[in-house]
Design a protein around this ligand. Sequence first.
Ligand SMILES: NC(=O)c1ccc[n+]([C@@H]2O[C@H](COP(=O)([O-])OP(=O)(O)OC[C@H]3O[C@@H](n4cnc5c(N)ncnc54)[C@H](OP(=O)(O)O)[C@@H]3O)[C@@H](O)[C@H]2O)c1
Length: 306
Amino acid sequence: MTFGREIDEVPAFELIARYLEAGGNFLDTADVYSAGRSEEIVGKAIEHCRADVVLATKVRFPMGNGPNDQGLSRKHLIQGLEASLRRLNTDYIDLYQVHGWDAHAPLEETLSALSALVRQGKVRYIGASNFAGWQLVKALSISESRGFEKFVSVQLQYSLVERSIEYEIVPACQEIGIGIIPWGPLGQGFLSGKYRRDQLPPEGSRLATAEPDWEEHWSRRATEVNWHILDAVQSIAGETGRSASQVALNWLLHQPAVSAVSVGARSTAQLDENLGAVGWELTEEQLGRLDVVSRPRRMYPYPNRL
Ligand SMILES: NC(=O)c1ccc[n+]([C@@H]2O[C@H](COP(=O)([O-])OP(=O)(O)OC[C@H]3O[C@@H](n4cnc5c(N)ncnc54)[C@H](OP(=O)(O)O)[C@@H]3O)[C@@H](O)[C@H]2O)c1
């Protein structure tokens, strides 16, 4: 998401090369990221190894000012896919995701159009993003009754500082058997531990540059509850000899229904650190401490395992 925005082509190539070298194979982008620039950069970076990469992109948000330049209608889905294929310089997408719910497009039409794209060989699997539990269940039920392709995954914001999907969406995913791909796994950098209670966020960082209505705006991250969560993460980092980012990512990998974590990184140093989140395990006791300190408040009628 940051390619073409925080980082341009050359450093992005370097990041992707490092990730692939370390054994990573899943890359996620979207048509709307930097108005298509992110897709162009990813496409160029994987030219030599396209078949080895599980390439995911998304469609839904405006790519122009016209009424059909956005949404999940058949018209925009076909147009959006063709444009993504061109920018990514490939003839198929491994995971084509709808970037959010579209109340104006009938879900039957969306699923029927996506299924046609799979049948044409242009898409391998379909996924959703930012859907509520009932929306996922409704989609599955339509796919089953009409013989359409089913969503296999859903991308959702999920981290130690944003666990609200556990009320309703995680149980829905477990019930219907689809995988969660968390985005914002470090609370957009907050859980790396580089921010301080008594200081404004460093200039140029994601939290400093976030608009007031963005998830990572400072007012939403620098809360007393979140500082307590970070204290626990840092204390466990000290015990394990790992970094705060590695602890936060390792916690996420232990959560039910999580099948892949989508990490963002601005530099190879950040990426290397984040890749160190695997290959070791938090203990049950440490997972328990992180759970207690970050548990969302009880909300009727949801059970508090939440
Ligand atoms: N489906 C959706 O709606 C949706 C929405 C958002 C994102 N996504 C996807 O999820 C991916 C990850 O999301 P995200 O970027 O929000 O995730 P994130 O991992 O929570 O945040 C990444 C940011 O944190 C900072 N950071 C990362 N590693 C660090 C480290 N080790 N030490 C210090 N700072 C570190 C960097 O920003 P600074 O250097 O500026 O601090 C980086 O840009 C995106 O690239 C995108 O593909 C999907």
